[in-house]
Design a protein. Sequence first.
Length: 295
Amino acid sequence: MTSLHRFLKGISMKFKALWIAGLVLAATAGHVQAGFSSPNYSADVVFQDRLDSTTMTLAFDGTHYWSTSGGSSFGTREAQYNSGGSLVATFAPGLDFRSVFTDSSGDVFARQYNNSTIYKQTSPGVFSAHVVLAGAIDDQSSVVLNGNGTEYIALDSGTVNRWNTSGTALSSISLIGWGSVAGETNYPANRGIAAVGDSWLTYSDGTLSMWDSLGNRTGQTTLIGAGTTFDSHFSLSYANGRVFIVDEAGGNWRGYDVGLSSSPVPEPGSIALWGLGALGAMFARRKREWMKLAA
């Protein structure tokens, strides 16, 4: 056997060992749920809330932010802002809001107090009935779309209730370990939820929790400077790629980029297999070239 052949044989054996290690990594990495990449985050977007009374949630339609308030259906209950957070206009839609949210097309939807109807905004400040959610729903729950836009979800004291987009009730999911974060069982923290990708988010006294769709808590992080008032716990929102919490009604909205995205990201295992596949192709090509030289 020539020295070149011995070299090629050594390369092949090393690559086989690397490939096996990669398969092990892929098999285990695919089962790991990524949480937050940092133990805390600071707000990178701040603008003033322009509504009185109890602040509810915030939405972004791709061009404008929309904030809402509750406590009554009378008076000014919705505000529109530009993408920089400057006030554009305020409205009196006649809804006692508990949530406002958007779909992937940028359409604005809302749920009001003690009502199973999801409303759709047909023009600024004007809402019409869109779909009725079947079955029981807590009077105070914030209803939003899940991160994939395929289900409505609402939190009710540690249980996530689900409906399809036609309003048909789906199975409910109990959050495992609910109550282990201080204050999360207290009203109104126990009725607020946000969603991004395949994850659900809850908030209590500065702590943001991430959950998977099976009810497992997959991460926790601290939102530095986030509000801890009554309004704050009503306000939990995911809009424009950020988690938003209000200080208090008329105070500041603070937006936190916590490293989440609604776009699919390859699992670590898939990345490992892709990388090893490319590496394998390169070695195979080089080996064929060297064998030709040795012939």
